[in-house]
Ligand binder design. Sequence first.
Ligand SMILES: [Zn+2]
Length: 702
Amino acid sequence: MLTLAAAALTGGLLVAPGASAEDDTTSDPEGARLRSGTSSLVVVDAKTQKARSKVAALGIDTTSKVTPQGLQAVLHGPADAEVLRDAGFDFTVEDADLAATERKNAKADRQYAATTVRSPLPSGRTSYRTLADYNRELTKLARTYPDLVKPITLKNKSVDGKAVRGIEITTNAKNVRDGKPVFLQMGLHHAREWPTGEHVMEYAYDLLQNYESRSGDKRAKRIVEQSRTIVVPVVNPDGFDISRSATPIGDFSTFDYEMKRKNCSISTTTPAQFTTGTCADNPAGRLRGTDLNRNYPGFWGGPGASATWSSDTYRGDAPGGEPEVDNIRTLISQRQVVTLISNHTYSNLVLRPPSLLSTGQSPDEPVYAALGEKLVGANGYTNQASYQLYDTSGSTEDWSYWNTGGFGFTFEIGATEFHPQYEDGVVAEYLGLKPSTGAGKGGNREAYYQMSLATLDKKLHSTLTGQAPKGHTLKIRKSFVTQTSPVLRPDGSEAPPLYYEDTLTSSYASTGGDFRWSVNPSTRPLVVGRYGREPLGPPQEPTTLTNPAGIPAVNGTEQSTFTIEAPPEADNGTATVTVGWPGTSGDEAVDWDVEIIGPDGTAVASAATLDDPEVAVLVDPKPGEYTVRVTNYAGGAAATDWEGEVTFRSPDPPSYSGIKESWTLTCVKDSNGKVVNTRDVVVDRGKTRDLGGVCNRAQLKR
Ligand SMILES: [Zn+2]
């Protein structure tokens, strides 16, 4: 069978049938465990944000899971292993044959479905839905709850011509101009992440059933009455349909479409020989397509997205250029989406912007982080900024948050696997049952309810109030142009940033008298500034680390200590530990690895690549005594012994621009379409602006 590895495809190079079998033997024992045509789960020895970002930049199929040993990734054969090796990264194999694990899961799923009449999920489902199941159920929900559910079809068909569908849930759902705050729930940007669509559907059932329940679920009633929940379970129907419904080959090779991540578009940079065939059967296999969570225009083209068409993290030909991404962007641009969750698998994370370290902390950081904390209180995940995992660009919230102001999160659902056994990945994770980390805390079900309550919370968005006569429509509108990242070329050089335009607009249909309209803040977070803190003292003077006498044996460790001083003597935004040695970078024989233990005895940072020097950065380090453990796995040598130092930098102070942007509000008379009044409205987050009689002609003159 023809075997193509991602790395071979990147050069547009076709590996001759059978040729890759000879690449199987690598000199290292871990690499030797990888067989071509088989995908493996490995942990790459990348323990710092910088190292993980470097791995992500290689176009390796990284997961979002970070363990104390490093970053988990899927290697699709020995060629991927070589890419890692060439970049100086070690790895250990966790699961040498992912396809075998998947076969085991599929068998368990068949057994669960056969022996379970009804699961405890709101829908009672016992197995992963197909695309047809999703569409059928969306239709059925709209018929079952005609007043509470409005079916929607997004603006663009998918690349292969499929409709992208969803539902909107609220009382009197048909009136989309009702001024209620909107929560957008999305699944399946990434095709193989099957649990994500399931979670989103179950939440729809949950809200509707609990709203209608006779026992009277007050919380669900309040949420359904006072907010609008838009549910788009399958953002990427082409990719999902192929991943879910293609006949598995069972080897997870390039032609086993079950592991497809991207959509179905053919990049203009694809070599001609890979452009033939259908998305489900073509010479590039599952590698055709764009990564939809790298194609959003916000910071598009930067680090952590690939410029190469065949990479699993390919950013696409143009910012926001994919029809499936344009669907979501258009939907958000035409509604006041004050909260959203883009669901992914896996790694038990709740991620918030920024997605790039270089962006700086969001101006809403304290309140944004606190909201994340509420969500992880239910699902037991880790609450962190997206960049802390590794840099990515072009992700959903790095457009939606910075440009619209709505609070968005990425959920990375589950501890292991893109689509684990249904009972674990869906039933347990959704309901908060063992073995999920949300067991006993409510699980993602409760996290979603918390997000719905946050949607109702006036402190988290903005509110416009006033009076308008019946038969009039209020509209708000804002247009602006934003830069992408400098656009990385495949060779690593940078082209200038591109520009993209957004127009945000939405309407409120007056029912006469007082109105209340939940909107996003008028000023974009992008221009508000960045969160930071004022230093309470100078940064500390640099410290030299004492290298104890002697050198460690094979796998041996040496220890050194340093102290972080407290204000007012010193206040440090970062402490940078640098350990170097005589010798060449990338030489395993003399490589030293570094781990730093904090005052409370837990590991706070590490640097364990083949780089010389190793560098570990502590952000906002707590005062106290720190221990540095320096290890040489090959055994140290006097001639190449390490030396180290710690340097300090002040915290970044807050930088707020003072810029205020406004919504342009118009009052239009429905009968003749005439604009009765126009005015600019500035409204900040958490604030209510009382606009008085917004349709009064008198105001026009002011
Ligand atoms: Zn994903």
